[in-house]
Design a protein. Structure first.
Length: 301
């Protein structure tokens, strides 16, 4: 049997270090918000029967004076252009300008794969609604756990299970945000609305894992003659294999999609992979040890 609870100081210190690092990254660099939140346009084009490069594309459209232009190569000789302008006339001018890159090659063509445009006011509205969605989900989770565990009053009150689960969720979300702040700084990785969907999914997955451990604690408490700390440790050991196996199989699928999937879903998949990995850790090494800490603090009072 693994001595997880007796080594709780190690796990709690490690989690504290991760959270402090994530907060530092967010304070230093913040999140690199994409078009969905800041407003602007995204144009994806494919060049057929001729080759070009990022530098040539930037030089070709330089006369249009696009604000905050970035050009990102993807697969199959395709490129994604991102810029702050959201005018339809600018969109047409870019396509006309890019079509001249083919020169006299009659077989060459420039194909528009997609064009998305978001105004600044819509971006701010999406940001506000996303934050409200996360807060609402957290409130519902606390109420749900408090209701489910209402019959568990000793030695830890039912509402403390809910608060502990929320602490674990904040831990998971903060670390995921910190990783994306680092990736945004190093690799210019942007976050858009799929990232919010990924965070909400991570919250659901993480709280599900935590509740499974808490539920085993609830089952073991009435029939255990041991103290609370040892009962919790036994419960964690009974569920640890299930938690790790479930997360591992999920992560294998996500990694496969991350490697071979399209660029459009990489941000979503990466957030899921990081969040699920951290969520599995927190459900085992953070949430349950926190319950024991809370119980010991109650004894001292």
């Amino acid at each position: 049997m693994y001595k997880i609870i007796s080594n709780r100081k190690i796990w709690l210190s490690f989690s504290g270090l991760l959270v402090a690092t994530a907060i530092a990254f967010l304070s230093l660099w913040g999140l690199n918000f994409g078009l969905d939140f800041t407003g602007g346009s995204l144009l994806e084009v494919q060049f057929n029967n001729f080759e070009t490069n990022t530098l040539e594309i930037k030089e070709q459209v330089s006369s249009l004076n696009l604000s905050s232009l970035s050009v990102q190569p993807t697969e199959n000789n395709s490129y994604i252009l991102k810029f702050k302008d959201d005018n339809e006339n600018i969109h047409k001018e870019i396509m006309n300008s890019l079509s001249t890159l083919a020169g006299d090659n009659l077989e060459a063509s420039v194909e528009e794969l997609r064009f998305d445009s978001v105004g600044p006011s819509i971006g701010e509205e999406l940001k506000s609604k996303s934050l409200n969605a996360v807060i609402l989900v957290l409130i519902i989770i606390v109420l749900y756990i408090a209701l489910v565990f209402k019959k568990v009053s000793k030695p830890v009150s039912s509402w403390k299970y809910g608060i502990t689960a929320i602490i674990a969720l904040f831990h998971d979300v903060l670390i995921t945000l910190g990783v994306f702040a680092l990736l945004g700084y190093l690799m210019n990785l942007e976050i858009n609305t799929p990232f919010v969907a990924a965070i909400l999914t991570v919250i659901g997955y993480s709280v599900n894992d935590t509740i499974i451990v808490f539920d085993r604690i609830r089952e073991n408490l009435p029939q255990s003659n041991d103290n609370f700390s040892n009962t919790v440790n036994k419960s964690v050991n009974q569920t640890i294999t299930r938690s790790i196996n479930t997360s591992l199989t999920t992560l294998l699928v996500l990694i496969a999609i991350l490697i071979w999937g399209g660029a459009n879903i990489q941000e979503f998949i990466l957030a899921l992979a990081i969040g699920i990995f951290i969520g599995t850790y927190s459900s085992i090494f953070l949430a349950s040890p926190l319950l024991v800490v809370w119980e010991k603090l109650g004894k001292k009072k």
